[in-house]
Design a protein around this ligand. Structure first.
Ligand code: NAD
Ligand code: MG
Length: 395
């Protein structure tokens, strides 16, 4: 029986994870559930899944969570605050941790799970973008395993040989020439810059193939999501920037591909439903049923592939720039993007200006070597401050 902590249980990945877990009560149990401020949703999940511990990140809501659980007759421990999240991820209550908090807010708990040697199912891509080498070191030191849940990286994981899996030193040792990440192109594929000038948050969050949280939905619309994923692939699979290619594939059926030196290209396909990647990561190296509909290839339109438009969708180009700059540039890119997306979602920044904010902050804070987590967190704070200054000056 695997004891699973679902960090970010009230989110899109959290919900899909709990769906897969509930299908296999003999294999998996959700022992820890966490949320930021959605106290009602968290309490409901506790009624359904009966965890041993529920953590609400906002301490002001702990009493309300306790009250709701008591009223529903649910007996589980309750805790609150960021430190409690990390403690839960490292605790004996779980052997598997699904890191599904969005943004840099998930870094601490992801690291804590890695250091404690848990099986780490990583959805929180911002954590590995920020702290790639340090996170991989923590996984190695803890003696656990890192299995990517991001669908592209999970696809690559499935197509790569053992000597190329996370933590190995060189992708080419496995005879791999390139990693090819597919991108749906988001809701604005084919649009011109002029057409993107007045995009609203609701338009940006309406993804053609996936239902996801609002931050990643905006990232998908700007293609920053693919940029973060390029950096994620670089760290996970020790792939140089030149060995990572992005191809737009609007149907989101081919989740990514691995090209070998002999010309073979292996791909992982499936319907666009995150439960495939989540179920794979939960059960690996075994396989479990996930509720995902079988792929009916004959009913699919012809599969299309095209090059990304880096001029209109500048965020992808900026992510490659940050990856090539190295050091903490990806952490700076990520912090500036989080602030810009927040401002866009609040109606305070035009869609096209997200890239402008990121570019300005990258120019202001040239890459420095990554030393340790406290230095990195300080850099994250400085980059957020710089982004807020750019925003104030732009408005
Ligand atoms: P979401 O917004 O739906 O859910 C986020 C979860 O994190 C919620 O449970 C929320 O309560 C919690 N949270 C948010 N801020 C927090 C904070 N400051 N402290 C503690 N908890 C906090 O997001 P999502 O779409 O589920 O995405 C989660 C992560 O998975 C992101 O990093 C995203 O990039 C990645 N991811 C998502 C998908 C997808 O299909 N949704 C696919 C691949 C990767
Ligand atoms: Mg993805």
């Amino acid at each position: 029986m695997k004891k699973v902590a679902v960090l970010g249980a009230t989110g899109s990945i959290g919900g899909n994870t709990l769906d897969v877990i509930a299908r296999h009560p003999e294999r998996f149990r959700a022992t820890v559930l966490t949320a930021h401020r959605q106290v009602e949703a968290l309490a409901e999940l506790c009624v359904r899944h009966r965890p041993d511990l529920a953590v609400i990140a906002d301490p002001a809501l702990e009493a309300e969570l306790s009250r709701r659980l008591a009223a529903a007759g649910v007996r589980c421990e309750v805790a609150s605050g960021q430190a409690a999240l990390a403690a839960a991820a490292a605790s004996e209550l779980c052997d598997t941790v699904v890191a599904a908090i969005v943004g840099a807010a998930g870094l601490d708990s992801t690291l804590a799970a890695a250091r404690a040697g848990k099986r780490l199912l990583l959805a929180n891509k911002e954590a590995i973008v920020m702290a790639g080498p340090l996170l991989l070191e923590a996984v190695a030191a803890g003696g656990g395993a890192l299995i990517p849940v991001d669908s592209e990286h999970n696809a690559l994981f499935q197509c790569l040989p053992a000597q190329c899996l996370p933590g190995q030193p060189d992708l080419r040792a496995g005879g791999v020439r390139r990693l090819i990440l597919t991108a749906s192109g988001g809701p604005f594929r084919g649009h011109t810059r002029a057409q993107l000038a007045n995009i609203t948050p609701d338009q940006a969050c309406k993804h053609p193939n996936w239902v996801m949280g609002r931050k990643i939905s905006v990232d998908s619309a700007t293609l920053m999501n693919k940029g973060l994923e390029v950096i994620e692939a670089h760290h996970l699979f020790a792939a140089p920037a030149d060995a990572i290619e992005v191809v737009v594939h609007p149907q989101s059926l081919v989740h990514s591909l691995v090209e070998y030196v002999d010309g073979s290209v292996l791909a992982q396909l499936g319907n666009p439903d995150m439960r495939t990647a989540i179920g794979h990561a939960l059960a690996w190296p075994e396989r479990v049923e996930t509720g995902v509909a079988p792929l009916n290839l004959a009913a699919c339109a012809p599969l299309a592939f095209e090059a990304p438009d880096l001029v209109t969708f500048r965020c992808l180009a900026l992510a490659f720039q940050a990856l090539r700059a190295g050091g903490d540039a990806p952490a700076v890119l990520n912090a500036a993007n989080e602030i810009a997306v927040e401002a866009f979602l609040a109606g305070a920044l035009p869609f096209l200006s997200i890239a402008d904010v990121v570019e300005a902050v990258l120019a202001e804070l040239p890459a420095q070597a990554v030393v340790d987590i406290p230095t990195l967190c300080e850099r994250d704070r400085v980059a957020r401050e710089a982004a807020r200054r750019v925003l104030r000056n732009a408005c």
